[in-house]
Write a protein that binds this ligand. Structure first.
Ligand code: PMP
Length: 409
């Protein structure tokens, strides 16, 4: 049961939800790219917070409020260390990747993007890294352009310098495609964009879960991820921004905590990152996310990366051997997910039959409709893997797919 130095049996025991049966079969959870399961340590941290420390943050002088504030800020420090950021002041707590990107669009974007300017994204993006930019472009009269993808699922970077024009104000790119698993060479893209003076936002929703990320080494301007995909709670996420950017950006939402002083005539805004955290934050969520980061540190990010790589290779081999299965996305480097279609069988039918076997996979367009259009399909079946998945899980998926074939024979 172990792979890459990871004791997967021990890891699985840390995730209580995995030990249940679904439809009379042991649960095989292959949908972590949509939302990952939570280790007991995360559940306990949230429960401990509400049981012992719950109070509002940054406001009270009483003991519980001080404790809650300390727990919240300790979580921010953990996130900063996790991303190798220079300072915890570069970490803004948000609801998730979606809100992080919307924040950048509506603050950095509104300030720096005007009529005739260009925003460059890629053909691999999740809707969360398309629609907010499209909305801004419509609002200000800017143009949305994209780096194309080839038939293997890799970005076509030959023409990047032509796409980076003097009007390009930002490049927004995913680190790992949620629909195909392609790992994008973001470091190289950032270097080439910076050479043209273009800042880069990286959508890290699918990367932080599989390998270590160093925002200083990448030199990205913004990095976004969601707690719930990182084995933490739903409703909490992170925007990393270089301090000089955050300090130059206007606030996102107005309200409590983001101000220094308010009169009817004028408000003085708080320093970063608090300027971007209006209202009561999800303190328990941040505490839970901090516990998830601690947990991953204990298991070992390198061991997780090796395990995930080995399991993905095993899954791809196993799926290729199933008659009628076509894998989409054979990019140079892949991580976490394998997307496929079955000849003449709708992905939703595949997913429904797999569920009867206790196997949970994702079916649909994976919030990446433009990418699906590039591949000429409306939907795929996506199996996504995490540190608690095993070869036995993949074998159960393959057995399920043979059942699907029998049903449709
Ligand atoms: N970007 C990518 C690459 C994703 O996979 C997802 C989640 N599927 C998102 C953004 C959006 O994340 P959230 O819904 O947690 O905001």
């Amino acid at each position: 049961m172990s792979g890459g130095g990871l004791d997967v049996a021990k890891v699985r025991a840390d995730f209580p939800i995995l030990s249940q049966e679904v439809r009379g079969r042991p649960l095989v959870y292959l949908d972590s790219a949509a939302s990952a399961q939570k280790p007991q340590a995360v559940i306990d941290a949230i429960s401990h917070f509400y049981t012992h420390d719950n109070a509002n943050v940054h406001r009270g002088v009483h003991t519980l409020s001080e404790r809650a504030t300390a727990a919240f800020e300790a979580a921010r420090e953990k996130v900063a260390r996790f991303l190798h950021a220079k300072s915890d002041k570069e970490i803004v707590f948000v609801r998730g990747t979606t809100e992080a990107i919307n924040l950048v669009v509506q603050t950095f974007g509104r300030k720096n993007i005007g009529p005739g300017d260009e925003v460059l994204i890629t053909a691999l993006e999740h809707h969360a890294n398309i629609v907010p930019w499209q909305m801004l472009c419509e609002q200000v009269g800017a143009k949305l352009k994209q780096i194309p993808v080839d038939t293997r699922g890799d970005l076509v970077l030959d023409g990047l310098e032509e796409l980076l024009t003097p009007r390009t104000r930002i490049l927004a790119v995913t680190h790992v495609s949620n629909a195909l698993g392609t790992v994008v060479p973001v470091k190289e893209i950032i270097r080439r964009a910076h050479a043209r003076g273009v800042p880069v936002l990286v959508d890290g929703a699918q990367s932080v879960t599989h390998f270590s990320v160093d925002v200083v080494d990448l030199d990205c301007d913004f990095y976004a991820f969601s707690g719930h995909k990182l084995f933490g709670p739903m409703g909490i996420g992170v925007l990393y921004g270089k301090k000089e950017h955050l300090e130059s950006m206007p606030p996102y939402q107005g309200g409590g905590d983001m101000i220094l002083s308010v009169t009817l005539e004028k408000t003085l805004y708080n320093r970063v990152p608090y300027r971007f955290e209006a209202g009561t934050p999800d303190v328990a969520g941040a505490v839970g996310l901090g516990a998830a980061i601690d947990y991953l540190g204990q298991v070992g990010l390198d061991a997780i990366a090796t395990h995930d790589r080995e399991l993905l290779a095993y899954a791809e081999q196993a799926l290729k051997a199933v008659p009628g299965v076509r894998i989409l996305g054979q990019g140079r480097e892949r991580s976490g997910v394998v997307s496929f279609i079955m000849e003449d069988i709708h992905p939703h039918d595949v997913g429904t039959i797999l569920d009867r076997e206790g196997v949970a996979v994702r079916t649909g367009h994976h919030c990446a409709q433009p990418l699906m259009q590039c591949f000429g399909v409306a939907a795929t079946v996506r199996a996504s893997m995490a540190l608690y998945n095993t070869r036995e899980d993949v074998d159960a998926l393959v057995r399920g797919l043979h059942k699907v074939r029998e049903v449709f024979a």
